[in-house]
Write a protein that binds this ligand. Structure first.
Ligand SMILES: [Zn+2]
Length: 402
């Protein structure tokens, strides 16, 4: 990335201790602050190298409130550089707001849609992936639950996709056969042309809503795929990978599988773009986590971002399903954790506290932050934006007692 050499002497707010009287105190000259690399209101791409100096006296500086002595900034975002200089009793200050955007024109966006206060299954999932170039957009969808109390709005995801300009989906993935993950899918499949429909092959012959989704997929998608090995999904303009891991087979043939057993059959999905790596878990619990950790370690270990399993349930985090050690969190070691939850039954207290206690992990929840978007540059740099409450931490669900 070519940086334009920029040097600017900034407008100063100088307060010099000089009363103009020959009998007053000795004068101190106000320091002149010079900042190189950025100017107030500037917008830069890739990275900026910032230098700070004063012609006399001393200075201190902060960048977005954190102590800063100059250097290279590489993370996209909005910044304010504040410099305060002093020479004797004279002071000067400078404020330099600037923005830094991604290098390159291609950005991949992972959006966790907000399904609201949805009692169904802890809140449901709906995750839209969008790859962009200067000339277009391509999309894929992982799950589509209904929105609202009593799952009253199964058309929400379709409406949100339309608002975002989605006219085709390269793929639709259903992680597992629970309504909080599929009840919004039939409207999507019936309205938006779809390439692959990928699911775990579970049959629930007596569940009408599920059969409706499978029927819509069979009629509308170009291909219906049940992965038998790690399988690359068709998606985007190339660069990076998106791969789905075949499901834990244990319970897939059980027509009377319990809720937890259905969760354990969740498809796991691995996304890479540059240095950015993300793992999506569906509602996988202890058995799924253990299998992903030991059998697919290269796809699941030390990720940049983790879509936390099962809406932040304890059984998707802890080795014993309730509290204590978490080999899964130690293995995935995410720098970014995102949770789709209803804020009522989920996230659970113990799971959320364990995640919030991870050093160097930023955590976002749809229940607090609304829709969550992760924007990822070709080189893997990323930035998170949220719909609301950006400065608040995630909270356990209001009815989560453990
Ligand atoms: Zn769920």
């Amino acid at each position: 990335m070519l940086l334009r050499p920029l040097a600017a002497v900034l407008a100063l707010l100088a307060v010099a201790a000089c009363d103009g009287s020959p009998s007053g105190p000795p004068e101190s000259a106000a320091p002149v602050i010079t900042v190189t690399g950025v100017t107030a209101g500037g917008s830069y791409t890739g990275s900026v190298s910032i230098g700070i100096s004063v012609d006399r006296g001393s200075y201190s500086a902060t960048l977005n409130g954190a102590s800063f002595t100059g250097g290279t900034v590489t993370s996209p975002g909005s910044y304010t550089l504040q410099v305060a200089a002093r020479n004797g009793t004279a002071t000067s200050t400078a404020s330099v707001p600037f923005t830094l955007t991604f290098a390159g024109s291609r950005v991949l966006i992972v959006r966790l849609l907000d399904l609201g206060d949805n009692e169904s299954g802890g809140g449901g999932d709906a995750i839209l992936l969008t790859d962009s170039t200067g000339s277009g957009l391509r999309h894929g969808l992982i799950d589509a639950g209904p929105q609202g109390v009593d799952a009253s709005n199964p058309g929400y995801v379709l409406q949100r996709l339309r608002d975002l300009g989605v006219t085709r989906l390269d793929f639709v993935e259903l992680t597992h056969a629970h309504a909080d993950h599929y009840a919004g899918l039939a409207p999507v499949l019936n309205a938006i042309p779809t390439g692959w429909f990928v699911y775990n092959g579970q049959q629930r012959a007596n569940i009408g809503g599920y059969q409706t989704v499978l029927s819509a997929a069979g009629a509308r998608a170009d291909s219906v795929v049940v992965p038998a090995a790690v399988t690359a999904l068709p998606f985007g303009f190339g660069g990076g990978t998106l791969s789905v891991i075949p499901p834990l087979p244990t319970y897939l043939g059980n027509a009377n599988a319990s809720g937890d057993e259905l969760n354990e059959g969740s498809l796991g999905t691995s996304l890479t773009r540059g240095s950015f790596r993300m793992f999506f878990t569906g509602d996988g619990e202890m058995e799924a986590n253990a299998r992903w950790r030991t059998g697919f370690a290269a796809l699941t270990g030390n990720v940049t971002a983790l879509k936390v399993g099962h809406h932040g349930a304890n059984n998707a985090v802890f080795d014993d399903g309730f509290r204590g050690a978490s080999a899964w969190l130690a293995h995935t070691a995410p720098r970014l954790a995102v949770i789709s939850a209803n804020g009522r039954s989920h996230p659970r207290q113990n799971a959320l506290n364990a995640i919030l206690g991870l050093p160097q992990t930023e955590t976002y929840c749809t229940s607090v932050h609304g829709e969550i978007a992760i924007r990822i540059a070709e080189n893997g740099q990323y930035a998170v934006t949220v719909q609301r409450n950006a400065t608040l931490d995630c909270r356990p669900g209001s009815e989560a007692t453990t």
